[in-house]
Design a protein around this ligand. Structure first.
Ligand SMILES: C[S@@+](CC[C@H](N)C(=O)[O-])C[C@H]1O[C@@H](n2cnc3c(N)ncnc32)[C@H](O)[C@@H]1O
Length: 272
């Protein structure tokens, strides 16, 4: 898929997903976000940028950690994600956290001297992750660190059939390289190619808990990256896609709920 088209699919897809995102994913992504926060080890007073911030699940935690002497800028390609995160920050009078719509591959933050750059589950969606990593490096001060989480290996993510199921009903692949960065040491290699040093990573296995087939379908079809394609399906196509997806996760039904395997890779690197 053309990079320009992929960015549009992401931008407008996540606009549609923003209202459903936290209900479907906040509990399921927490283990990855916990490890990312642990590896980032934010200190009071630090200046942080949180890219692909979505509704701000990580940005709010970061703002609390850096405290009133620090600051956090959350950025995301989706207007609705930015609007929703801004509304929560304003409603809660959080003054060390701002949000701005930005494509990570075109951050325009050169020389901003951030201490830390976070990217929780955004990198897989960028058409050229290396370009994004270079932009991130340019936004950091010398010695600053980047910490990013991506989904792990395809065969360890039990929900992965969602992509062929949707792709077979649209003209172009929705997320062509989704699992690439989570495979072996691909994330480390990408960080190293972007000239980060002392690169390291950790890998964790989790399971995604959903109470019913309806909940499991809502998460992947309406609350995630295929939301734009899905919104254009007619009712019959939606039903067929649901049936196929439920069949693909049937082995993960445990008595009265799903435990769908998920794997995450979290990487860290430093700007020389
Ligand atoms: C799975 S959500 C992660 C949100 C949040 N970081 C979290 O951990 O909950 C992925 C986010 O990546 C954003 N995204 C996708 N492509 C992007 C790009 N090129 N630049 C910035 N954000 C992008 C989407 O809009 C979406 O909000």
């Amino acid at each position: 898929m053309e990079p320009k088209l992929q960015r549009r699919v992401q931008r407008y897809g996540w606009d549609k997903a923003s209202a459903f995102y936290e209900d479907s994913w906040s509990e399921q992504l927490e283990p990855a976000q916990n490890l990312l926060m642990e590896m980032a080890d934010l200190k009071p007073g630090e200046k942080v940028v949180d890219m692909a911030c979505g509704t701000g699940l990580v940005s709010f935690r970061a703002a609390e950690r850096v405290g009133p002497t620090g600051s956090v800028l959350g950025t995301d390609i989706s207007d609705n994600m930015i609007k929703s995160a801004t509304a929560v920050a304003e409603a809660n009078n959080i003054t060390n956290l701002t949000f701005e719509r930005k494509d990570t591959e075109d951050l325009q933050l050169n020389g901003a001297n951030f201490d830390v750059a976070l990217d929780s589950l955004g990198l897989m969606y960028y058409p050229v992750p290396l370009k994004a990593c270079e932009e991130i490096r340019n936004a950091l001060k010398s010695g600053g660190r980047v910490v990013a989480a991506v989904w792990g290996q395809r065969d360890r993510c039990g929900w992965a059939e969602i992509f062929p199921i949707v792709d077979s009903r649209v003209e172009t692949d929705v997320c062509p390289l989704f699992f690439q960065l989570g495979t072996q040491d691909a994330l480390v290699k990408t960080f190293s190619m972007a000239e980060f040093i002392n690169v390291d990573f950790d890998r964790i296995s989790t399971s995604l808990h959903y109470e019913s087939p309806e909940e499991a379908c809502a998460a992947v079809f309406a609350g995630g990256p295929v939301a734009l394609a899905y919104s254009r399906f007619n009712e019959k196509t939606k039903e067929e896609a649901h049936t196929e997806y439920i069949e693909s996760i049937k082995d993960f039904w445990k008595d009265d709920h799903y435990e769908i395997p998920g794997e995450f890779v979290i990487g860290i690197g430093y700007k020389a």
